[in-house]
Design a binder for this molecule. Structure first.
Ligand SMILES: NC(=O)c1ccc[n+]([C@@H]2O[C@H](COP(=O)([O-])OP(=O)(O)OC[C@H]3O[C@@H](n4cnc5c(N)ncnc54)[C@H](O)[C@@H]3O)[C@@H](O)[C@H]2O)c1
Length: 334
């Protein structure tokens, strides 16, 4: 395969990040695009001189095939998935899909099962796994006695996209945004044993500094227990108007504090030394895309750090946290 032919499903904000990666890759061409918003699909098509322009993914799948596309990249709002992945599985087209991959956990389980059965190449947009800083934490942890407390936080404002305003269309901040740190926790500490979560509303005033439709949690806290004696407290907040909260992970080990400042720098601190390491300059989304393209081109999927079936487990964790917010109960994982 000389050039990887991509079908781009969704031409909004996140799709643009992937397009920037593909524009830098000589061996990739976006050959088909789909988006119900005309201006977006035309503008994305122009970037690649692409002439196959569709209204939505159904039209794209109806007109394309495994012979015309080597892969699809799916960047649509969380409630728009329905058949966007199943069609790719049925047609045997590898796909990269953005998190959250769906709002319907049963459908995620079904897609995961069918992806496993068919052996299709997939990747999910957990780009933080591709950061060198993440690799450094993973290298460091086994050098220490396992166990300790982890504080994870993602606190900021409310993203502007319409679907972020309602919990029913975005899943809430933990599902939509802090899913990145929930995934990072799994990547560092393995599978969770249990989760308990609470949430709160009332700080953000709908219609004052956000849409009048706003009804998601202003903040939530999830306590996640892992095997090996790690317990993480993961806080999410979207009520902050100014100031800059600490975002990232603070891992307190017996003899070291690992302070990961979200996508920026990483501090290793012991009684004897402090190392502060800056993030590399290349965008981690580029690494995510490169790993997927390499897999599609060669069949070697070893560079992909989160495929659909692995990502299912992160989605099960954050959906369970939402369930706990509703019920007030601890949710245990088998
Ligand atoms: N990995 C990350 O860091 C990251 C960052 C931002 C967003 N995201 C995720 O990417 C996804 C998209 O977010 P966004 O910010 O690009 O949203 P957006 O609203 O800017 O874009 C979504 C696009 O999907 C299009 N769309 C809807 N239904 C469609 C259909 N049936 N066929 C084709 N296109 C359709 C919409 O018209 C819209 O243009 C979300 O799941 C979001 O959580 C991930």
């Amino acid at each position: 395969m000389k050039q990887v032919r991509i079908g781009l499903i969704g031409c909004g904000g996140r799709s643009n990040s992937h397009r920037q990666s593909f524009l830098k890759m000589d061996d990739v061409k976006v050959v088909a695009v789909a988006d119900p918003i005309e201006e977006r699909r035309i503008s994305a098509a122009k970037q690649f001189g692409c002439e196959r322009i569709y209204h939505d993914y159904t039209e794209l799948y109806n007109n394309e095939s495994r012979d015309t596309l080597d892969a699809v990249v799916i960047c649509i709002e969380p409630t728009a998935h329905e058949s966007s992945e199943i069609r790719a599985v049925e047609m045997g087209i590898p796909f990269l899909v953005e998190k959250p991959v769906d709002m319907d956990i049963d459908r995620i389980r079904d897609v995961s099962k069918r992806v496993r059965e068919t052996g299709l190449i997939t990747s999910v947009g957990f780009q933080d796994r591709y950061l060198k800083l993440t690799e450094m934490i993973r290298d460091e942890l086994p050098k220490h006695k396992p166990g300790g407390l982890v504080y994870g936080s993602w606190i900021g404002g409310i993203p502007g996209v319409w679907w972020w305003q309602k919990k029913s269309t975005c899943g809430g901040q933990l599902v939509e945004q802090n899913i990145h740190l929930a995934d990072e926790l799994r990547y560092l500490f393995g599978e969770p044993v249990s989760v308990y979560a609470t949430c709160s509303r009332g700080i953000v005033k709908p219609g004052v500094n956000c849409s009048s439709e706003y009804d998601t949690d202003d903040h939530s806290t999830a306590v996640i227990r892992f095997e090996n004696n790690y317990t993480a407290t993961l806080v999410s907040g979207c009520y902050q108007l100014s100031g800059r909260a600490h975002c990232g992970l603070v891992i307190t080990l017996e003899d070291m504090v690992i302070d990961y400042r979200l996508r920026n720098n990483l501090i290793f601190k012991t009684a004897d030394y402090t190392y502060d390491i800056k993030r590399e300059s290349i965008d981690h989304t580029y690494y995510l895309d490169e790993a997927f393209i390499y897999a599609v081109k060669t069949g070697d999927r070893s560079r992909i750090r989160s495929d659909y079936s692995d990502a299912l487990k992160t989605h099960e964790l954050v959906f369970a946290a939402n369930e706990s917010m509703e019920s007030g109960q601890v949710i245990y994982f088998k």
